[in-house]
Each structure stands twice: as structure tokens, then as C-alpha cells.
Design a protein around this ligand. Structure first.
Ligand code: MG
Length: 202
């Protein structure tokens, strides 16, 4: 199983980090060992003093394929969920400055929170609200209508490069409002009104 992540898929978030709006999706990956075990706390790693949460809608690939067209893409995922793309922002900034890959800042153990998944037909994917609360306060409010690249466009794009397999996950990017976590914070992710996960920071 691989985890494909999209960067800068929400214009307001690209701006808050001082990035340009991309012409093509910005892609990076996390290894399968990045998935935080269900119900586990997230431990701030020693190599960072600036771990950020990034709440994202996650697609679960349900059919293998390559060179998938935008029009056929809906057949390749049946379920959606929520995730956090934990990012060592201090390390990422250093890597970006040097033009180096981001993996160390993005793919470390525990850096991918993944919720339960739900049938996508239960939701209006083009107008889906999702929210992150930190210590019961809303810190990120997103709506999929604000995506620069839709799930179908993303699947079309990435499947030109990577064969998609059943069980692969696609993190579709974060809206604005990313921020730092501290010990004892509790992060809770909501898809519409449904709470999908709760993670404590250690
Ligand atoms: Mg992200």
C-alpha cells in the first residue's frame, strides 16, 4: 500500500505558506509505515520543534489501474475518509530552501492519521465540509469545492506515473489554517457533522 499526497491543492493554503498556485498537482509520498496505529497517540519526534497538522480528505483506491482518465476516475475509489498529514514544518522549510525532497519532513512514522472510511455516495463530494478542532476549537474549515484539482483530476494525473493498487490512499491536500501542535493537544476531525477521529499529542 502506498500513500500519495497532494500539496498546495487549496489556493488559500498555498498562499499562507508563501507558495505559488501550481499548474499541475504537487505530489509527494509517505511510506505505509507512516500510518499512525488506530487509537494511538501521536508522539512529537525528536528532530522537529514545529510539527503542523494538515487535515485532508482521503480517497481509498478500490480498483487497480494506470492511465486512468478523469471521466473513468470515479470507478477507482468507492470510499472516502479523513486524515492528517503531519508535517515537520521546520525541517520541510530547510529542505525546500535547498531544493531537496520533502520525505523526511512528511513521511516519518506516525505522520499519517487515517480515519475509518465511508461510502462516497453518502456524501456530495463536490461540496463536502470538513473541519479540524484543536482542543475543541475550530482551526481548519475546508470544503472540497475549493480544491484546485478534483479527486478525478488527481487520479488522472498520478496514474500517469504510478500504477494505482487496491488499498492505496490519496491525501487530497489541506485547506488554510495549518498550525503547530503541542503536548496534550487533542485533534478531532469532522466530515460534515460526523467525528471521524480523535488524536492526542504527546
Ligand atoms: Mg498536506
Amino acid at each position: 500500500m502506498k500513500i500519495i499526497c497532494i500539496g498546495r491543492n487549496y489556493a488559500e493554503h498555498a498562499k499562507e505558506l508563501g507558495n505559488e498556485i501550481p499548474e499541475n498537482p504537487v505530489i509527494f509520498m509517505k511510506p505505509d509505515t507512516a500510518v499512525l496505529k488506530k487509537g494511538s497517540d501521536f508522539y512529537i519526534p525528536e528532530f522537529s520543534n514545529d510539527i503542523h497538522y494538515e487535515l485532508e480528505v482521503v480517497l481509498k483506491i478500490s480498483k487497480g489501474g494506470k492511465y486512468i482518465s478523469e471521466g473513468n476516475a470515479p470507478k477507482y475509489y468507492e470510499e472516502i475518509g479523513l486524515g492528517i498529514d503531519f508535517t515537520a514544518r521546520d525541517l520541510q522549510s530547510k529542505l525546500k530552501e535547498k531544493g531537496l525532497p520533502w520525505e523526511l519532513a512528511k513521511g516519518f512514522d506516525g505522520s499519517a492519521v487515517v480515519s475509518e472510511f465511508f461510502n462516497k455516495n453518502e456524501f456530495d463530494l463536490k461540496n463536502l465540509n470538513f473541519t479540524l478542532e484543536k482542543n475543541k476549537e475550530e482551526v481548519q474549515i475546508g470544503n472540497t469545492s475549493m480544491m484546485l484539482f478534483s479527486p478525478e483530476k488527481i487520479i488522472e494525473f498520478v496514474s500517469q506515473y504510478f500504477t494505482l493498487r487496491v488499498g492505496d490512499l490519496i491525501f487530497t491536500g489541506t485547506p488554510k489554517g495549518v498550525g503547530k501542535v503541542a503536548e496534550n493537544d487533542v485533534l478531532e476531525g469532522f466530515l460534515e457533522k460526523n467525528k471521524l477521529f480523535s488524536v492526542r499529542i504527546q
